[in-house]
Structure formats: structure tokens, C-alpha cells
Design a protein around this ligand. Structure first.
Ligand code: C2E
Ligand code: MG
Ligand code: MG
Ligand code: MG
Length: 290
């Protein structure tokens, strides 16, 4: 009887593994189909100059509606990376976002584009050429493009990655370290890679005003950036007191639901019209600007 139970237990376990494998295979197939059928979309989250509340750039964020279900990036980016599908997907995002931002710039709106890179995308053989051709085809000036990397991307093939990114920077493209302070190599990375910007992770910003240690850490990161001549962008600003403290700390730029949520292209175009006529991003979000 015990053997029977044990056997059944193994069966149950194996069934779990089976569904897990099947689910992953289905996801991989769905991702492939999503790409060929054009199910991916881009949303843009405004990045504002904290002192003036003006929108100076937008960060492109990929979106996937699998049928009527929204799949968050963290659920499909890993599998896309594993299957290699991230390479064509990232190229589509790059070209599409460059085109859209170039069009907004053509309406005399001086905004930049921030793009998240993936490790596999950088390691792909034609990465540098692809970025160059996206810039040329769209007419987006290199200085209007910021490429965001996270520390983990420089663990494997670090030399190759640094060479490619430095090469692009030599063309005028800007580099940012995303999720700054959460990895284990933040400071080492600043020595190896010529970056222009650090993005202060929301895990620090969230504690502003009520958590002493996090407030101190945020202040330290902002000051570090300032001392190194880098632009600090605070991410995940959700409450007015966070924005006030960041302003007081001298943090140059900010991003978060308080200022503006990620939005589809028509939303950005509407924002552009109000921005050009003098309204600020914060006013748009219903927050009185100083
Ligand atoms: P990230 O680059 O750090 O992007 C910021 C994330 O924070 C976005 O999540 C954004 O929607 C969210 N966010 C912005 N403001 C707030 C706020 O005030 N509060 C909170 N709680 N969240 C806020 P999202 O769009 O789900 O993206 C998650 C991550 O997926 C990104 O983190 C980035 O690492 C990755 N990702 C997104 N789009 C792309 C892409 O096109 N390519 C690649 N390679 N990665 C991407
Ligand atoms: Mg980012
Ligand atoms: Mg981030
Ligand atoms: Mg992140």
C-alpha cells in the first residue's frame, strides 16, 4: 500500500513537471506567433526634468496582449531571451520607437528616447549595425537615444559588451545604468563603462520620506551621480513628498506614476501638444507644479 502511495506521489510530481514544460513550450510558440502576427505594442513612459516638470524623454516599454490577457514583461522577457526571440523582438521595438520619437521631434518637440537592452540583443552579431541603421532610417539623432543596461548584462562577455556600447557612445548615443544600486557591481561598472546616466531603482525611491535608511541611500546615490557628472533619474515616483525630496536632493530627472503612467503613442502625441503649449507633465497628472 505504501508503495502504491509512493508511486502515486511520483506520478503527481511528474505531472506537475509535465505541465510546466508544456506551458513553457506553449509560451515559446505563442511568442513566436505574437511576433509574426504583430501582437506586441510599445508604451512610452514620460521622463521629466524635476526642476521644470517638462517631459524631456520617454522610455519605451514593451507590451503584450495574449488574446485579451495582458502578459507583464517580466513573464515573457525571460522566455523570449531563452528562445532567442528577444533578438527580433528587440529589433522591432528599436526601429518602431526610433520612428515614433523621430516623428514627435519633427513637430519641434525636443524629446529623447530611452530603450531597455537585453543581454542577448547586445551579443547578437549585428547589434551595433542594427542600432546605427535604426537611427539612420528614422533620422533620430544619436544624441536623442539613450540605451539602458543593467549590471547583470556585463557579467558574461563583459569586454565584448563594453566595447560595443562604448562604440555606440562614441557615435553620440547615451548610456544609462538601469535599476542602479540593486546589483552587485554598480560601482565597478561605473569605472568600466562610460555612462551618462544612472536610474535610481524604485526600491530606494519608495522609502523616501518615511524610511531613514532608504532616504539616506537615495541621497547618496544622487550625490554620487552628481559628483561623477552623471544625470540621476529617479524611478517609481508615486507620491508628492518623494518628488519634493528628490528636488531638494538635486536629482535632475524623474519618472513614475505620479508624473505619468506608460502610455500608447497617441497619448504621447496628446502630451506633446499640451507640453508645447506650456503645460507640464506634472500638471497633466493633476499635480500642482512648484
Ligand atoms: P525598467 O526598465 O526598470 O522599467 C520601469 C518599470 O517600472 C516599468 O515596468 C514601468 O511600467 C514601471 N513603473 C514606472 N513608474 C512606476 C511607478 O511609479 N510605480 C511602479 N510600481 N512601477 C512603475 P514594466 O513596463 O512592467 O517593465 C518591467 C521591466 O521589463 C523593465 O524595467 C525592463 O527591465 C523590462 N522591459 C520593459 N520593456 C522592455 C523592452 O522593450 N526591452 C527589454 N529588453 N526589456 C524591457
Ligand atoms: Mg528601464
Ligand atoms: Mg528600472
Ligand atoms: Mg527593472
Amino acid at each position: 500500500k505504501a508503495k502504491e502511495q509512493g508511486g502515486r506521489r511520483v506520478e503527481v510530481f511528474a505531472a506537475h513537471m509535465h505541465t510546466d514544460v508544456v506551458r513553457r513550450l506553449e509560451l515559446a510558440a505563442d511568442l513566436q506567433r505574437a511576433l509574426t502576427e504583430g501582437q506586441f505594442a510599445i508604451e512610452y513612459q514620460p521622463i521629466v526634468d524635476i526642476a521644470t516638470s517638462r517631459v524631456t524623454a520617454v522610455e519605451a516599454l514593451v507590451r503584450w496582449w495574449r488574446g485579451s490577457t495582458f502578459v507583464p514583461p517580466e513573464h515573457f522577457l525571460g522566455p523570449a531571451e531563452d528562445t532567442g526571440l528577444i533578438v527580433p523582438l528587440s529589433e522591432w521595438i528599436l526601429r518602431q520607437a526610433c520612428r515614433e520619437v523621430a516623428a514627435w521631434r519633427a513637430s519641434s518637440w525636443d524629446i529623447g528616447l530611452s530603450l531597455n537592452l537585453s543581454a542577448r540583443q547586445i551579443n547578437a552579431p549585428r547589434f551595433v549595425e542594427t542600432v546605427k541603421s535604426a537611427l539612420e532610417e528614422s533620422g533620430l539623432p544619436p544624441s536623442a537615444l539613450t540605451l539602458e543596461v543593467i549590471e547583470e548584462m556585463l557579467v558574461e562577455d563583459a569586454e565584448d559588451t563594453i566595447a560595443k556600447l562604448s562604440g555606440l557612445r562614441a557615435l553620440g548615443v547615451r548610456l544609462a545604468i538601469d535599476d542602479f544600486g540593486t546589483g552587485y557591481a554598480s560601482l565597478a561598472l561605473l569605472r568600466q563603462l562610460p555612462v551618462d546616466m544612472i536610474k535610481v531603482d524604485p526600491s530606494f525611491v519608495s522609502g523616501l520620506g518615511h524610511d531613514e535608511a532608504l532616504t539616506l541611500l537615495t541621497r547618496t546615490i544622487v550625490r554620487l551621480g552628481h559628483d561623477l557628472g552623471l544625470i540621476a533619474v529617479a524611478e517609481g515616483i508615486e507620491r508628492p513628498e518623494q518628488l519634493e525630496l528628490l528636488k531638494e536632493m538635486g536629482c535632475t530627472k524623474g519618472q513614475g506614476y505620479l508624473v505619468a503612467r506608460p502610455m500608447a503613442a497617441p497619448g504621447v502625441a496628446a502630451l506633446m501638444r499640451t507640453n508645447l503649449s506650456g503645460l507640464s507633465g506634472a500638471e497633466l497628472a493633476g499635480v500642482p507644479s512648484a
